[in-house]
Design a protein around this ligand. Structure first.
Ligand code: HEC
Length: 106
């Protein structure tokens, strides 16, 4: 009888040990560009997210018109040396204006 009590005490102590699974929280993924069927989407993914996340696009005013985005893409290239090919710029600007600017579908 004594032995059984001792055994029970041991099992309880083992179960109470702090082996509970740790709750691991990963940081949220970096903000991704909004998906779009426009050809500029893939080009923006390839050219515009290696230095900063798409958070920067999302923070721009939704009233921003096409020339604003055009200037932005050119600024990224001339000021920050973004490796954007000149021929890719119109499609990237088109994607940005229609996805983040004032040409978004209502
Ligand atoms: C070579 C690195 C690099 C690449 C590639 C790049 N950017 Fe940037 N981008 C920057 C830096 C640096 C800033 C400025 C951060 C600041 O001013 O605080 C910035 C800022 C921005 C901003 C915030 C507004 C502003 O004027 O600061 C937007 C919008 C933006 N980039 C869009 C783009 C787009 C669109 C592309 C693709 C054509 C692109 N970026 C590619 C480096 C880059």
């Amino acid at each position: 009888m004594k032995h059984a009590t001792l055994l029970a005490a041991c099992v309880c102590a083992a179960l109470a040990s702090p082996l509970a699974a740790k709750d691991i929280q990963l940081p949220p993924d970096a903000v991704q560009l909004k998906p779009s069927p426009l050809p500029g989407y893939a080009k923006a993914q390839a050219n515009c997210t290696m230095c900063h996340s798409a958070e920067y696009m999302r923070m721009q005013p939704p009233s921003a018109a096409r020339p604003y985005w055009d200037a932005m893409v050119h600024r990224m290239k001339t000021v920050f040396k973004a490796p954007v090919a000149d021929e890719d710029m119109p499609e990237i600007v088109d994607y940005l204006a229609r996805t983040y600017g004032n040409e978004q579908p209502k």
